[in-house]
Design a protein around this ligand. Structure first.
Ligand code: 2NL
Length: 337
């Protein structure tokens, strides 16, 4: 036989269990134990019919109240273990946001291809500072003191008699000073010239210079190397033309033209109907330059070359204005996948 005291005791016990429950299944089990079909409170309610009428009322009310209290307590506790509410505005059937891959900038891409081509021919890579001394940029490269390229018009001078290198050739002088021949190396990098900006010129640009110094190096070695590079880079069927030219640091000097890869030399917009495209400058390193880095210029000879990366990129991708390479308009850059 149960009394109201029993109901209160069972309810207190059940509420304590709810309070310490750690999961939904635990709460469900508590529900079954106390208010399920064979639960303790349910059983108590089943004994009502055996009680005298006067007691039945009060006892029934107490047991029902206990049942409701426990139901409410369980319902509240279940909330604690419920997952986050679903956002009613979220539509899982919508297509996802596509994060497009970036692309390599056309200048870096072109420079990487030039560098890779020379690496395949066994050239090492050397790097050097963007800010240079007059010695490495000019003096060591046999620039006469009154050479126009030293003019304030072309060179950005910075504090302390230093300057922004106008070519990457100073790195070659630094390299030659450090190592003994045979040396075979290229110097890719940024260069700076104080020039008016136009469709063809910008005050920052990139250059890949290269040289080889050893005993018995001749102009034929230079030709072989550059023919191999141009055919590798622009196409196997190219013709090359070596035109005599002048650089303070090479003697003899030449400029290399390739037959236009677009029209095969017939003449078109790209080659301005000349059939030829000017690609790079080169020559045999002036013995004065070799002597300045401490080499016996009777024993060693070397060839050297240099090319502007932007110039080659503009030709290769048929871009009409160099400024497009520096504006970084993502719609332009994305085309160079
Ligand atoms: C051009 C022409 C050139 C070189 C760069 C060089 C390197 C050494 C000694 C002598 Cl170690 N010269 N480099 C030679 C001839 C031409 O560049 O038009 N560059 C954009």
């Amino acid at each position: 036989m149960s009394g109201i005291g029993d109901v209160h005791r069972i309810l207190a016990e059940a509420l304590a269990a709810v309070g310490s429950a750690q999961s939904r299944p635990e709460l469900e089990a508590i529900g079954v134990k106390y208010i399920g079909r064979k639960g303790e409170i349910t059983s108590v309610l089943k004994t009502l019919k055996d009680l005298p009428l006067e007691e039945r009322k009060a006892f029934g009310a107490a047991a029902n109240e206990a049942k409701v209290k426990l139901e409410t307590a369980i319902a509240e506790a279940v909330q604690k273990f419920a997952g986050p509410a679903l956002d009613p505005t979220f539509d899982p059937t919508l297509p996802g946001i596509v994060h497009r891959l970036g692309v390599i900038h056309p200048i870096n891409k072109t420079m990487g291809q030039i560098v890779a081509s020379f690496q395949r021919m066994g050239f090492a890579i050397a790097k050097g500072p963007d800010i240079e001394t007059d010695y490495y940029n000019f003096e060591g490269l046999n620039f006469p003191p009154d050479h126009p390229a030293r003019d304030m018009q072309d060179t950005f001078y910075v504090e302390g008699g230093l300057l922004l290198r106008t070519h990457t050739t100073p790195v070659q002088v630094r390299t030659l000073e450090k190592v003994k021949p045979p040396v075979k190396c290229i110097t890719p990098g940024k260069t700076f010239r104080n020039e008016a900006i136009s469709t063809r010129a910008y005050y920052v640009f990139h250059q890949v210079d290269g040289f080889l110094v050893d005993e018995g190096v001749t102009m034929a070695d230079l030709k072989g190397c550059l023919v191999a590079f141009c055919r590798d880079f622009f196409g196997e069927k190219l013709k090359l033309r070596f035109r005599p030219s002048y650089f303070p640091f090479t003697e003899p000097s030449a400029e290399v033209d390739i037959s236009c890869f677009l029209c095969n030399g017939k003449g078109c917009q790209l080659c301005k109907f000349a059939g030829w495209l000017e690609i790079l400058g080169c020559g045999m390193i002036d013995p004065n330059v070799l002597a300045k880095v401490g080499y016996d210029s009777e024993k060693y000879t070397g060839y050297a070359f240099g090319m502007g990366v932007e110039r080659i990129a503009l030709l290769k991708y048929m871009v009409k204005d160099i400024r497009l390479l520096y504006e970084n308009d993502i719609r332009f850059i994305r085309q160079f996948l």
